[in-house]
Design a protein around this ligand. Structure first.
Ligand code: MF3
Ligand code: CO
Ligand code: CO
Length: 284
């Protein structure tokens, strides 16, 4: 298998730790990811009905907790490395890992809600941008660029392509639209482990990095800023913000590599890819 371990059966945790090889999964794993991904997507659809002027971030967290338990799932972030919440809510210049506490959303805010639900051991990890009533023109443009950057990265996925092709597609799209990508965070392998190898970088050179193969499962989750790409983590040790206070946006899908391309496990069943914004195939 040329350095890859084939895992159509469940890996032991120790296997994952011993090697940074990229796992290859079979049909049962794809079915597990399909179910977990669909549940996460339905949860993010539900968040759309909740988010409006006056919604407290804590209400989103309660909704995600309740949704998970009503559907026999667990939020993967709850207790993850000490994180205490069922989701991340990253508002305006918060890049990622914002805690769903304190703030009440107001007209003009933009917020990324990132949910990972574990269903029967499989992790469905996805995030979307939500706008509160009327977003500013710059905010709406940023959201379109971030969404399209994710989709361009996903479109580069097929057996025989390389990891660097994904990062290159993301980076070149975002930069061509005068936005920057965040280099300090990346997508990741996923499956029965929340964060697995490989890292899916949001920048790269075409034709470089490991070759993609049918059966790989990972997330694509670019963070795109209107200003510079530099970020810092606040004193709470979680909240990541843009250094220049510029707006930041992110989308995330969990996907699998198929024989001729990819399958997205976390598509919105109701087409609410970015609630509040009508996304067209060639946006921005
Ligand atoms: N869901 C995030 C991701 O896309 C990870 C959040 S970890 C947390 O990988 F601890 F901050 F919740
Ligand atoms: Co992720
Ligand atoms: Co996520």
């Amino acid at each position: 298998m040329n350095g890859y371990i084939n895992l159509s059966v469940a890996p032991k945790a120790a296997d994952a730790r011993r090697t940074a090889a990229i796992k290859l999964y079979g049909p049962d794993a794809f079915e597990g990811m399909r179910r977990a991904g669909a549940l996460t997507a339905r949860c993010l659809d539900g968040v759309a009905d909740l988010v409006r002027d006056g919604t407290a971030l804590a209400q989103i967290d309660v909704f995600v907790r309740d949704f998970a338990s009503a559907h026999g799932a667990q939020p993967a972030t709850l207790g993850y490395q000490g994180y205490q919440y069922a989701c991340c809510t990253s508002v305006n210049h918060v890049v990622c890992h914002g805690s769903p506490t304190g703030k009440v959303l107001r007209n003009g805010d933009i917020v990324n809600v990132d949910v990972t639900l574990i269903l029967d051991g499989w992790h469905g990890d996805s995030s979307r941008m939500y706008v509160i009533e009327v977003p500013g023109l710059a905010a709406e443009r940023l959201i379109r660029v971030a969404y399209e950057a994710m989709m361009q990265g996903i479109a580069a996925v097929r057996p025989g392509a390389r990891l660097g092709d994904i990062g290159h597609a993301i980076q070149s799209y975002a930069q061509s639209r005068r936005c920057s990508v965040v280099r300090d965070f990346c997508g990741h392998g996923i499956g029965q482990v929340f964060h697995d190898s490989p890292d899916i970088l949001n920048f790269g050179r075409p034709g470089t990095g490991p070759e993609l193969r049918e059966g790989m499962i990972f997330t694509v989750e670019p963070m795109v800023n209107l200003g510079r790409g530099d970020v810092k983590t606040l004193a709470d040790d979680w909240t990541v913000v843009t250094r220049d206070k510029s707006l930041s946006a992110q989308f995330e899908h969990s996907i699998g590599v198929t024989a001729d391309g990819y399958e997205i496990f976390t598509l919105s069943p109701t087409g609410r890819h970015s609630p509040g914004i009508t996304l067209r195939p060639t946006s921005a």
